[in-house]
Ligand binder design. Structure first.
Ligand code: ADP
Length: 793
């Protein structure tokens, strides 16, 4: 068992086995009264004197009762006992002035360090003499100083301690518990407390260090880690003083300061510094730091490499000027280089970027800025970066960009030229990609589709012109598949621009290849052939007509020569016969002269027709117009006709009313005679001829029908052309010059009428003509004195 002494730092008792009464006897004779309490603060023993003093009396034993209950009158003693139970000894005093009582109150510990309880030794204070009053004052002062000292020790921010040479603590201040969580008592009581609570990693070296230093009697300090009661790791800086007596270490005294925060801060700082150093060394820039005296503070390896500087140039706080001298030969323009550096140094807060050209072709980009600490400039940082590759790459890139720009411009120019040609071309042109999407198209082709270029580009061919696509898509796909062009595919198609109109096209498709040979699409060229086709058709028609004209001319020549010669032979025979008879004095038969005259008449008619034709062509055919009766004219012509062909059946259907026209009597007679002669001439079977005269509105209509050879349908349109003779017209016999109908048409049209023919081809023909009827009507007359006799001309 152990009690803690009031003035000694620690007092060990050998009476560990003593009973509590035994201990109390040891306390000494000065004890006036004694009191013991257990660890729970219950009275264990209280002598009678104290019982009296406390006013408890003797009737009820105080043992087992709470000390506050028993010592109600002695609160100062209660307080001291509670302090002792908390582990601290006290000397206290209380009571009335003339009955002052003092007590020494001690905690009582078991060997294992547990608090067993507390005991108090109480005695009456000596009466106060002048001397003792002085003594008391001194004691109070001492106690107060000691208190201050203890307070001071306890408020120091560190563990103040004393220990024996084996580092067993004999004293620790209250901070020990605050810092590490172990109560001071544990520090003192627990053998090897210090060593046991050192961090395992530090334990061996720290202990060895302590042993060595202690042996060497020298003060020392060291840092190591201890484990707090809550598991925290606490860095302690321990400063130790070795007290030596007679050459041997007597005890140790020291202080342990918590440096965990500093330690962490330092570690962090070291980490940061290491990081900065690593960064400094690994950056691509060569960096030189110079202090305000222009001495080199630091530089990285890259700086050395860039400037090819040997280590010794930079060692030992070398002057920046010297490194400048070392660097100068490398620079293309050393003077400018040095001058620029001087300029920068002359303006301490200047920040600048420029470039330095080196003799070996390298270009360094240099930036510099002041090194600041707070607001103060403490040096200058120079940073050099090798931008040679970058510059070369940039120059190359600029060249490439320029080339690309030029190429693009050329391409655009080419496209502009191409577009100009394309869009001004009358030929439709376009380009389709492999999906048959329209990539380029000119105005001409877009217009055929009924669209604008803008509407076409980017659209699918089929979507734009579905009907054309049905025909053309297979051809385009064929070109894509075979790589062979299709040139000059002629087709007739309706296009959206002109619906319902069949137009002719010549389309060509060409594969469009990349330099690699890959086919990227199809170029289309569309040429319209419609005009060409029409021109060709026109040419063919003209050719046909020319052939026809030649044929007609040849026919005419043949017919004309035949027609002209035909009357000449009989005329010649008649004239020879007349000559012989006249020479021989024989009588001349009258019919011979008549026959000769008939032939002369026939010749005259042919020649008249030829003359009329010439006049018409020359615009010199003159008409002598008069009001005349068409009825009388027709009757007159028919009468002549019957005289000449008395046996040919002739029917006449006359108009019931008079029809007066304003016309040339002779020419109208010529028309009617010609139609009747033709009806007769082209009716070899002597079929009937039918003539009708009627009125249709304001016009008189005359028709002459026969049942002869008819007129081929395809030839009817040409009947009234000059020299035209239908292909079925006989060359001999009833030949003609193909001029009669031509002259008839001219005469009728000059009279304001129309003339036409109707024929089923081979079942006869009907020729009709109209004339405007003139009013008023004239009285009909049986004969027309101005008319020529029919059928001659
Ligand atoms: P031509 O002297 O040849 O008869 P025309 O001008 O009178 O000349 O007639 C032109 C052509 O018209 C004739 O050659 C003939 O082929 C055709 N033609 C005229 N009248 C008739 C008719 N009544 N029947 C059939 N063909 C006719």
């Amino acid at each position: 068992m152990t009690t803690a002494g009031g003035h000694g730092r620690e007092m060990r008792s050998d009476a560990s086995e003593c009973s509590l009464p035994g201990l109390l006897i040891q306390v000494g004779e000065s004890i006036h009264a004694t009191l013991m309490v257990d660890a729970q603060g219950r009275i264990g023993r209280m002598d009678g004197a104290l019982a009296d003093a406390s006013g408890w009396g003797s009737e009820v034993p105080p043992e087992g009762r709470a000390l506050e209950e028993v010592l109600r009158r002695l609160p100062w003693l209660v307080k001291a006992l509670r302090t002792a139970l908390a582990g601290s000894e006290t000397v206290c005093e209380g009571g009335e002035r003339d009955q002052r009582t003092r007590a020494l109150v001690l905690p009582v510990f078991a060997n294992d360090g547990c608090c067993l309880g507390a005991c108090a030794c109480v005695r009456a204070s000596e009466p106060v003499s002048v001397e003792s009053a002085h003594h008391e004052a001194l004691e109070r002062a001492l106690s107060q100083t000691q208190k201050q000292y203890e307070d001071l020790i306890n408020t120091i921010d560190g563990i103040v301690w004393e220990a024996d040479v084996s580092f067993r603590f004999t004293f620790v201040n209250e901070q020990s518990e605050r810092l590490l969580g172990y109560p001071p008592l544990q520090w003192r009581q627990e053998p090897d407390f210090w060593k046991n609570h050192i961090h395992p990693e530090d334990r061996d070296w720290a202990h060895a260090y302590f042993m060595k230093a202690t042996r060497e009697h020298r003060p020392y300090e060291f840092e190591y880690r201890m484990l707090a009661s809550d598991g925290r790791v606490v860095w302690l800086r321990t400063i130790v003083t070795v007290l030596v007596e007679e050459g041997r270490p007597l005890m140790l005294r020291g202080i342990m300061v918590d440096v965990t925060e500093q330690r962490r801060a330092r570690e962090k700082l070291e980490q940061t510094a290491s990081l900065l150093r690593a960064t400094f060394e690994s950056i691509v820039d060569g960096v030189l730091v110079v202090d305000v005296n222009r001495r080199i503070t630091t530089c990285n390896k890259r700086f050395q490499q860039l400037w090819k500087l040997p280590d010794d140039v930079l060692l030992g706080g070398l002057s920046a000027e010297k490194s400048l001298v070392a660097a100068a030969p490398l620079v293309k323009d050393p003077e400018r280089f040095a001058a620029r550096i001087r300029e920068v140094y002359a303006t301490p807060d200047l920040e600048d970027v420029d470039t330095v050209e080196l003799r070996d072709g390298r270009t360094l980009e240099r930036s510099t800025r002041p090194q600041r600490m707070g607001n103060a400039i403490i040096g200058r940082i120079w940073s050099y970066r090798d931008v040679t590759a970058e510059r070369l790459a940039k120059a190359a890139q600029e060249r490439l960009l320029a080339a690309e720009q030029r190429a693009r411009e050329q391409l655009e120019e080419s496209f502009a030229v191409l577009d100009t040609f394309l869009n001004n071309s009358p030929i439709g042109m376009g380009f389709l990609d492999r999906d048959l999407r329209i990539i380029r198209i000119n105005d001409a082709l877009a217009a055929l589709h009924g669209k604008t270029r803008r509407e076409e580009i980017g659209r699918m061919f089929r979507e734009q012109i579905p009907r054309v696509a049905d025909t053309m898509e297979p051809l385009i796909r064929q070109v894509l598949e075979t790589g062979e062009p299709i040139i000059g595919y002629d087709t007739a198609l309706e296009v959206p621009a002109t619906p319902g109109q069949l137009r002719y096209w010549r389309v060509s498709y060409y594969p469009v290849r990349m330099p690699s040979g890959r086919i990227v699409g199809v170029g289309a060229v569309v040429v319209e052939l419609t005009a060409e086709r029409r021109a060709q058709q026109e040419r063919e028609r003209l050719l046909r007509e020319a052939h026809e004209a030649i044929r007609i001319r040849d026919d005419f020549l043949s017919v004309a020569s035949h027609e002209l010669r035909t009357p000449l032979t009989p005329l010649k025979l008649h004239l020879q016969m007349l000559k012989q008879r006249s020479a021989s004095g024989q009588p001349i038969p009258p019919h011979s002269a008549e026959k000769a005259l008939t032939q002369v008449q026939r010749l005259t008619g042919l020649i008249s027709d030829m003359l009329d034709s010439s006049r018409i062509e020359a615009g010199r055919l003159e008409l002598e117009r008069e009001s005349l009766s068409l009825l009388a004219l027709v009757r007159d012509v028919l009468a002549d006709f019957r005289l000449i062909c008395p046996h040919h059946p002739l029917e006449y259907e006359e108009c019931a009313e008079e029809l007066v026209v304003l016309g040339d009597r002779g020419r109208l007679r010529q028309v009617l005679t010609n139609l009747l002669e033709n009806a007769l001439k082209y009716s070899p079977m002597k079929g009937p001829i039918r003539v009708t005269l009627s009125r249709k509105g304001t016009e008189a209509l005359v028709s002459v029908s026969d049942t002869g050879i008819g007129i081929p349908v395809d030839q009817q349109a040409h009947l009234f052309e000059r020299f035209f003779r239908a292909r079925n017209a006989p060359v001999s016999g009833f030949g003609g010059l193909g001029l009669g109908l031509y002259i008839c048409r001219h005469i009728i049209e000059r009279h304001g009428g129309r003339i036409w023919a109707e024929s089923q081809g081979d079942q006869g023909s009907t020729f009709r003509f109209t004339l405007p009827v003139a009013a008023p009507a004239l009285p009909s007359s049986p004969t027309d004195p101005g008319g020529r006799s029919a059928p001659g001309r």
